[in-house]
Ligand binder design. Structure first.
Ligand code: CA
Length: 622
């Protein structure tokens, strides 16, 4: 994508002509070069460095390193920044590249870029996919593996485990200590809520207000710890998905004190977004509404980043590539996906895909209507010509349906299990049914156990459903312990500390003995299904055939050419049901026997199927 001929555009001196004066910094400027390391052998041989130092914009960078040449230099309004495009030849050797900044007479400053060799197979790494089951956890609330980093010098917020919205001390070491617990349940991937530095004065525990895109928050650990966590997780069969946020940064991000240019952020102070994502795909939407949706701030502490600024977009794209390559990631979850400039986000996906064709990214487009959600999936033929290039979307419509379906008596035209059926009936809208993340809940909504009125039977049905329906199932930490919490009464309710994650905790739910009978019941149920799921190609990538729910029983099949799985859900609170097998002969006729994966009993007759009240059956057919 980059031409071989190298054009050097020296804008040195231009600033003086345009009249900008040296910036007056309120705080002492700490020199930065971002990224400060890069690799040889990417499809795109150019890396754009952001150099930050007092009045560096008035200097001219020079590089003398075999195989590395300056392609272009870009100044911005603020002379404390300089953007340098370096072309790295495939035959360049690893080492430290000295970038010398000269005023024409003398070298005034030197910065170092570390040039590395890529790990073998890096480009072809396999991202998470529908053969995986994902465990979502919030690092501040999962396990405190290192109490020494709970409070760190230089970080604004101190730990306070009693404060519902304070930092509780969980960290990367805590996750590393409990990878076996996650793998034991049958999960094959973990999505960790954001871990980049969030040096905000309050509520920094959730991690969605980044203050440094290249630094793990020291209260979670170091960049090296994060890389070690990924290695360890991979070693236990767990892929790692990094949570990223491009729509906004934290108000205390270092660059907020001294922005590169006026258009780095949208609106120069807080103007709240209207959060109406429909304005982006709505052919009738007003420009005013669209502008507020995409350029308004998500929150007062989260300035909205302007991805129409190519330097910022490139900065963020490279940041993703840097983390994938540095830490060895298998996936990214992108927060608030539709809110930033949509062309910029498409470009981000394309660039990641160029370097890592088998990688996967899931975007949080929190949209409850499939007709609006499908707009965001890669290759959907949108009437406005837009292609998001986002491989995986999140099935919020199905989450909403799960929340309602199991609490309803059913029997009407569109209630109860018909809700699940109806959502899946919209699947003609999606371009790839395997690349849809399916979840009963996440860190932003009410705990599913709470939503289900603390009914274990309903939770088991949800578990059976989310693990067998098309797509990539995602579970939220603690639901295997029946964690309860009303999301409408505040997010603290749905982000409790994992019992046993902290030294001195009275209960250790990481162990069988530490869990109650009820907790073990759901833990074992989930583990059984997910460990079976690992071995089931029809569940991973099979087609779906479903039958209209009758008498509160919903039956569907996931099938490939010669293997299939049958799922029966009986949502009746009191009545056991017997279902006539003849109705399903279009698929059952191909098979002679089955095996109930929960009881492990063999089934030799398909005449009828018994499904006890409020329960699910999963039957492997062969
Ligand atoms: Ca800690």
């Amino acid at each position: 994508m980059h031409k071989k001929n190298i054009i050097a555009i020296f804008l040195f001196g231009l600033i003086a002509l345009t009249g900008s004066l040296p910036a007056q910094s309120q705080t002492e400027i700490k020199d930065r070069l971002e990224p400060s390391s890069w690799w040889i052998g990417f499809e795109n041989p150019v890396v754009q460095l952001m150099a930050y130092s007092e009045n560096i914009g008035f200097l001219r960078p020079v590089v003398d390193y075999p195989g590395v040449a300056i392609d272009r230099i870009t100044s911005v309004k603020n002379p404390n920044y300089l953007f340098i495009d370096l072309h790295i030849a495939e035959n360049a050797k690893p080492g430290n590249i000295e970038i010398r900044f000269s005023d024409g007479k003398k070298v005034r400053k030197t910065m170092m870029l570390e040039l590395n060799k890529r790990e073998k197979g890096s480009a072809l790494r396999q991202g998470f996919n529908s053969s995986d089951a994902v465990y979502l956890l919030m690092p501040d609330r999962f396990a405190n593996g290192n109490p020494d980093n709970d409070n760190m010098d230089g970080m604004r917020e101190k730990a306070d485990r009693e404060a519902p919205y304070g930092r509780h001390g969980g960290d990367l070491q805590g996750i590393m200590n409990h990878l076996d617990y996650i793998a034991e349940m049958g999960f094959t991937a973990i999505w960790i809520n954001p871990v980049l530095e969030n040096d905000q004065p309050q509520s920094s525990y959730h991690g969605y207000a980044t203050t440094d895109y290249y630094q793990i928050d020291p209260r979670y650990g170091t960049n090296e710890d994060y890389r070690e966590l990924v290695k360890k997780a991979n070693g236990k069969g767990l892929k790692v998905i990094k949570d990223m946020i491009f729509n906004h940064c934290g108000s205390k991000h270092w660059w907020m004190e001294d922005l590169p240019s006026d258009d780095w952020i949208n609106y120069d102070s807080f103007v709240r977004s209207n959060y109406r994502l429909s304005t982006i795909s709505d052919p009738h939407a007003s420009k005013a509404d669209l502008k507020l949706a995409t350029e308004g701030w998500f929150d007062s502490s989260m300035p909205d980043l302007n991805l129409k600024n190519e330097l910022l977009l490139n900065y963020l794209i490279q940041n993703s590539i840097w983390w994938i390559e540095y830490a060895g990631l298998q996936g990214i979850r992108q927060d608030t996906y539709p809110y930033p400039d949509k062309q910029g986000m498409a470009e981000w996906n394309k660039r990641i895909n160029l370097e890592y064709p088998n990688f996967n990214i899931v975007g949080e487009a929190w949209i409850g209507d499939p007709a609006k959600l499908c707009y965001w999936q890669k290759d959907f033929p949108n009437s406005d010509g837009y292609n998001s290039h986002l491989k995986t979307i999140m099935d919020f419509p199905l989450m909403d349906a799960m929340h309602a379906a199991f609490n309803e008596k059913g029997g009407g035209w569109s209630d109860g299990l018909m809700r699940l059926y109806d959502v899946l009936a919209n699947d003609h809208l999606y371009t790839n049914l395997n690349n849809i993340m399916v979840f009963p809940e996440n860190h932003d909504v009410g705990r599913i156990f709470n939503v289900l009125n603390n009914d274990i039977r309903s939770l088991k049905m949800v578990t059976a459903f989310f693990a067998t329906v098309r797509g990539i199932p995602q579970w939220y930490y603690g639901t295997e312990l029946l964690m309860d919490g009303n999301g409408y009464e505040g997010h603290a309710n749905i982000r409790h500390d994992f019992p046993g994650g902290w030294p001195g905790d009275k209960v250790n739910a990481f162990t069988h003995e530490g869990r109650t009978d009820d907790q073990n019941e759901i833990f074992n149920y989930l583990s059984k299904i997910l460990n079976y799921r690992k071995t089931s190609p029809p569940i991973h990538t099979g087609k779906t055939i479903h039958f209209l729910p009758e008498n509160n029983v919903y039956v569907y099949f996931r099938h490939l050419d010669d293997e299939a799985v049958m799922v029966l859900l009986n949502n009746s609170a009191e009545e056991d049901r017997t279902v006539d097998g003849a109705r399903f002969k279009e698929i059952l006729s191909k098979y002679s026997k089955g095996r109930d994966i929960m009881t492990e009993q063999t089934i030799t007759s398909f005449e009828t199927f018994d499904v006890p009240a409020k329960s699910a059956r999963i039957i492997e057919l062969n």
